[in-house]
Design a protein around this ligand. Structure first.
Ligand SMILES: Cc1cc2nc3c(=O)[nH]c(=O)nc-3n(C[C@H](O)[C@H](O)[C@H](O)COP(=O)(O)OP(=O)(O)OC[C@H]3O[C@@H](n4cnc5c(N)ncnc54)[C@H](O)[C@@H]3O)c2cc1C
Length: 472
């Protein structure tokens, strides 16, 4: 069977859905078809931390993500905050005074780009805590409680920049569940998280109501004539005749590119998270995202440590692990949980499904979390059995996305969204839609072009890789 489509989008993750939303709802393009072999958002997009931050010292990334947050806030206002977007902030913590100048320097850099003022507090007097959103815990807020068009409570649009609190007593008073040797915290304000499945459902509803459609199938081949897209072939045997295609294939970007004989310059990192039903109430449900910025020694008692250091395969568990461990509360499906996220292994790899995680992952994350939050010890006995999920970060060597035209006429990409695909989804959708419809492009467009790696060897690109760039 052969049908015609104005634009076909390969992939209904958050990137593909946002691209369709901007094309259909904001630009009024008719006959946009999203094709995915899986249910929407079910490969990577619903399995992350679902968080956002405007904290980017790289100028194009700062402008791109800030624009995306503006658009997410617009959606929150339009939808009655269907995705329960909050602005609790990210709290970066250290137990090492020598790290304070580094935190300050980074804050000044982001502040210089327009990220808001850095306020330094030597006591707790002028520090303003986050305002908890809504009247009820996340998820219990009845849908449609707020009339359309109102700014949802808790987004605190007046509060930006960051607060650097240098008084351990204030930190202990604000967050009594933390270790008592936290010496400084930087609370970055234009940050928070949302419920991605709800956001996706809302956008898909709007897309469908304006005539866009979604097809459950796998794209197996792309037809071209004279280096121009002419059609999309599906596993079912159907053909979609089209002159325009967006590849939004997430971690399958390389495979998708091969259908056009293109080598998409990306690699994968596997990122997991543990989900813990917080029956003991260790992390308050209204906590912000908490991030430990020092290397971490996992918490073991002396006998455990002796035993582990005696084994060649287990010794690594007694050595310091890299910084970046983070945690946030989540209320979903009637359950109060927390998510613990830590990517201590950033080795590049191919995308292989189904995902397999380090069997020691939950134990490592929980014993690391206990360094920051001593109460986590209550969960040590059950750590082995904790659920783990996650997905691949699809990254370019400079960890900026790929958004824009491909070397085949009519073909575009919206991908390589790394660890910022949720927060960047709206600006990514807006940007690829601007390319497709010939709108004026924003100043960051060039920094994300597909051809920016032209002429670089694989060795050059390996040399550009820096796992810490733009990553928590
Ligand atoms: C543990 C973890 C934590 C994260 N935390 C955050 C965070 O806090 N904030 C944030 O902004 N981001 C975060 N991310 C990153 C974010 O989740 C991703 O950047 C984002 O989901 C990527 O979306 P995508 O649409 O590009 O890819 P995906 O969601 O993977 O969607 C790609 C889709 O393309 C489809 N597809 C591919 N090829 C074909 C084909 N040939 N035919 C049909 N369909 C095809 C797939 O089936 C899939 O559904 C996190 C990710 C992980 C794993």
């Amino acid at each position: 069977m052969s049908t015609k489509a104005e634009i076909v989008i390969c992939g209904a993750g958050i990137a593909g859905v946002a691209a369709a939303y901007h094309l259909v709802v904001r630009h009024g393009v008719r006959n946009v078809v999203l094709v995915d072999e899986r249910p929407p958002l079910s490969l990577t997009s619903a399995y992350g931390t679902e968080a956002y931050r405007n904290w980017w010292p790289d100028a194009p990334m700062f402008r791109f993500i800030s624009r995306s947050i503006d658009l997410l806030e617009e959606l929150a206002a339009e939808s009655g905050n269907v995705a329960r977007m909050n602005r609790r902030g990210y709290v970066f913590l250290t137990g090492d005074r020598r790290r304070i100048p580094g935190l300050e320097k980074e804050a000044e850099a982001v502040s210089g780009l327009g990220g808001g003022a850095l306020r330094v507090h030597r006591d707790g007097e002028s520090y303003v805590p986050s305002r908890p959103e809504g009247l009820q815990p996340e998820g219990l807020q009845p849908e449609g409680l707020r009339p359309e068009g109102l700014q949802p409570e808790g987004l605190q649009p007046d509060l930006t920049g960051a607060d650097l609190v240098l008084d351990p007593e204030t930190i202990a008073r604000l967050f009594p569940f933390l270790t008592d040797d936290a010496v400084a915290m930087m609370h970055v304000r234009r940050c928070g998280w949302m419920d991605v499945p709800s956001l996706g459902r809302w956008m898909l509803g709007r897309i469908a109501s304006r005539g866009g459609s979604i097809v459950r199938d796998r794209i197996t081949n792309l037809d071209t004539t004279n280096n121009r897209i002419t059609g999309v072939r599906l596993e079912s045997g159907s053909v979609l005749e089209t002159g325009k295609l967006v590849l939004a294939a997430g971690p399958l970007a390389r495979e998708a590119g091969r259908m056009l004989d293109l080598d998409v310059p990306v690699f994968m990192e596997l990122h997991g998270k543990i989900i813990v039903e917080d029956a003991a109430g260790i992390l308050p449900p209204d906590a912000p995202m908490m991030i430990w910025t020092d290397p971490v020694d996992l918490v073991w008692d002396e006998a455990e440590k002796r035993r582990l250091s005696a084994g060649a395969d287990t010794r690594y568990l007694t050595q310091p692990f890299p910084a970046g461990l983070h945690i946030r509360p989540r209320f979903r499906d009637g359950k109060q949980t927390f998510l613990g996220i830590w990517t201590y292994d950033v080795a590049p790899r191919e995308a292989v499904f189904p995902l397999t995680f380090d069997p020691a992952y939950p134990v490592i994350v929980l014993r690391g979390l206990a360094r920051m939050i001593p109460g986590m010890r209550v969960y040590f006995d059950t750590a082995d059995a904790l659920p783990v999920d996650g997905g691949y970060y699809c990254k370019t060597p400079d960890n900026r996305p790929l958004i824009g035209p491909l070397p085949v006429e009519g073909a575009y990409i919206a991908g390589a969204l790394s660890g910022y695909g949720v927060m960047g989804s709206q600006a990514a959708g807006e940007l690829v839609a601007a390319h497709l419809t010939g709108e004026t492009l924003p100043d960051y467009a060039e920094a994300f072009s597909f051809d920016r790696f032209d002429g670089l060897s694989a060795g050059d690109m390996d040399g550009m890789r820096d796992a810490t760039r733009g990553q928590l």
